[in-house]
Design a protein around this ligand. Structure first.
Ligand code: ZN
Length: 396
């Protein structure tokens, strides 16, 4: 298959040694309920994993849970709740939503707080090698010491601070040598959880958590690393920099990013009040919801609206009708031409919209004439449904 690699910007032929593929997808910070953007990202990575397995690869899929970071601690404080209980409750709801959507559970589902000693080791490694510095119990990565910084996002240097500040950077931190330096370890603050370290009590920074979990559970380099496109900078740029400086190895071979979901003409955001949650789509059922997501290529940003729901419901109905259709005893409907088109679509950077269009053509063809033998054609449709994670036979 060919897969678009964000690092090179090109569609590249995918290969993996030993027929094994390691996949690391940045998971949620469980401080809120699952929205459509989450559903889009994790459903497409689920399809990628299913497709790689269909191609014959053994896949190890890791998706982390960022169970300690600024967002979750802020939210816990706001509601006067224990951060760990709040995180566990939201993580359970997230897993329920993923299950409802038909997403397979990742093979390993680590939490940042499971790997604190490894995080300390990585920060120590970067300090020893001169890529990081310590000040008042905080450890920072020296961004300007790593000259290729910015090569994943291709973001111009004059944009680094602007974008980083929108996404959790604290430029005013007086302990930093440069406002763009990012925190590997931060000293304990009043009322926040903390762990012992060589620099005193504290907690990890966000970017280092993912580097450590990726390297600990999948080694270096991981074959495919991904997440939503809003993670490219600074999260993935920083993860790449610190991992490569620590190990001398690339963090990942292929970087894969999913597009954003827009609603009512804007990027979904809490401040605009235009969020769509998975729970809002329950009336559609899991198949139609999944079809809403897969009708858009994973890498493109798209606009969700009422027409999307209508289209997906009709598609689900069509596939179900095929499922109920008895095969006749007349001439055989040959699925081979459709099979070739479907294989090409999936192999072309996982083109799910094209795949679904071909499945619709095939369905219409199956339903055209009652007398034909459509057993093989139905078998093909069923196979592709399995790759896409659609449970048509059970309805919904
Ligand atoms: Zn991450």
């Amino acid at each position: 298959m060919r897969l678009r690699n964000s690092l090179t910007g090109n569609k590249e032929v995918f290969f993996a040694e030993d027929n094994h593929v390691s996949v690391y997808v940045c998971g949620v910070t469980p401080y809120d309920i699952t929205h459509l953007g989450h559903a889009f990202t994790y459903t497409h990575f689920d399809v990628l994993v299913r497709y790689l397995r269909y191609l014959g690869y053994r896949v190890t899929y890791v998706q982390n849970l960022t169970d300690v970071d600024d967002d979750i601690l802020r939210k816990a404080k706001e509601f006067g709740k224990n951060w760990r209980l709040l995180g566990e409750k939201n993580a359970d709801r997230f897993l329920e939503d993923m299950k409802w959507l038909g997403n397979l559970q990742p093979d390993i589902y680590p939490r940042a707080t499971d790997v604190i000693p490894d995080i300390i080791n990585l920060a120590q490694n970067l300090l020893t090698k001169g890529w990081a510095y310590e000040k008042n119990g905080n450890v920072y990565f020296k961004v300007y010491s790593y000259t290729p910084f910015g090569r994943l996002s291709k973001l111009p240097e004059d944009q680094w601070l602007i974008v980083a500040n929108e996404r959790g950077n604290h430029p005013q931190d007086p302990n930093k040598q440069n406002p763009i330096d990012f925190v590997l370890w931060q000293s304990a603050r009043e009322g926040e959880p903390s762990w012992p370290s060589p620099w005193g009590m504290g907690r990890p920074g966000w970017h280092i958590e993912c580097s450590v979990m990726s390297m600990k559970f999948l080694g270096s380099p991981v074959d495919i690393k991904g997440g939503g496109a809003d993670l490219i900078f600074p999260h993935h740029e920083c993860s790449l920099a610190q991992s490569e400086c620590a190990t001398g190895e690339p963090l990942a071979r292929y970087w894969v990013h999913t597009g954003m979901v827009r609603y009512k003409g804007e990027k979904m955001s809490k401040s605009l009040g235009n969020m769509v949650f998975v729970k809002d789509l329950k009336e559609l059922g899991p198949n139609a919801t999944r079809l809403c997501l897969l009708n858009h290529h994973y890498g493109r940003t798209w606009l969700f609206d009422e027409d999307e729901k209508k289209k997906a419901t009709e598609q689900a109905g069509l596939f179900q009708e095929v499922w109920r259709r008895q095969s006749g005893h007349g001439s055989r409907l040959a699925p081979e031409p459709y099979e070739k088109r479907l294989q090409d679509a999936l192999a072309d950077d996982l083109d799910t919209p094209a795949t679904l269009r071909i499945m619709q053509d095939l369905s219409t063809d199956i339903l055209r004439d009652d007398s034909r033998n459509v057993a093989d054609a139905k078998g093909l449709l069923n196979l592709v449904c399995t790759i896409l994670g659609l449970e048509i036979r059970y309805g919904g």
